[in-house]
Write a protein that binds this ligand. Structure first.
Ligand SMILES: C[S@@+](CC[C@H](N)C(=O)[O-])C[C@H]1O[C@@H](n2cnc3c(N)ncnc32)[C@H](O)[C@@H]1O
Length: 192
């Protein structure tokens, strides 16, 4: 049976308090840059970010454990009702960002947790999803780990081609070790 308290403990075990503070600060910074934020929290989990950052705002919380995946919601919901997308995934939410990129109205704000560096460090290769964005693909071993932050940014830019990614911010809990990247940005009309 689903145990909400167990889930909170699980989240806190995986996410130390200083990371929670870092995540919350990133969200508050991006909220301050967003006009009338309406929040779609697609990996809402135990609602820590909801309580810390989103109280009083129009809000919808989606989670696989609540019966719908972020992938399903992004592909089928009226995403135009929302302008602030929180994707606090354990792995990578880039495929969901790609779905949203085709469906959102602009301006829109995104905050992501991306844990791909763990995958990259353990396997010395990029995940398949990422490979199509990187010239040269995955033919030989490279320092994907140290390059990953730049790769992530270039994939985000590619997903929003024809529009402008602005206010891009990236934080990591520590310079070393296998920590997720916390990324936030806004997307507006226009672009090269
Ligand atoms: C880092 S936790 C989210 C914590 C949450 N933001 C909070 O503040 O409490 C990641 C969550 O992603 C959920 N999850 C994993 N895969 C998912 C998917 N495909 N769609 C939606 N939720 C998913 C897990 O159930 C877990 O609750």
């Amino acid at each position: 049976m689903h145990n909400p308290l167990g889930h909170i403990n699980d989240y806190h075990e995986r996410t130390p308090n200083h990371c929670i503070r870092l995540k919350a600060r990133l969200r508050r910074d991006l909220l301050a840059l967003t006009d009338s934020p309406r929040v779609a929290d697609l990996y809402a989990g135990a609602g820590v970010m909801a309580r810390t950052c989103y109280e009083g705002l129009p809000y919808i919380g989606i989670d696989r454990d609540r019966g719908q995946t972020a992938e399903e919601w992004a592909a089928t919901a009226d995403v135009t009702a929302w302008n602030f997308f929180d994707l606090d995934a354990y792995g990578s939410a880039l495929p969901v960002v790609e779905t949203l990129a085709a469906r959102v109205t602009l301006p829109a704000t995104f905050v992501l947790t991306d844990g791909t560096r763990l995958h990259v460090q353990m396997r010395s290769r990029l995940p398949e999803y990422h490979q199509r964005f990187v010239p040269g693909g995955d033919r030989y071993r490279r320092a994907w780990y140290s390059e990953y932050a730049g790769i992530l940014r270039s994939i985000v830019e590619a997903l929003f081609a024809g529009r402008r990614v602005v206010d891009y911010q990236q934080r990591h809990a520590s310079r070393h070790g296998v920590t997720p990247l916390y990324v936030g940005f806004r997307v507006v009309e226009g672009g090269a």
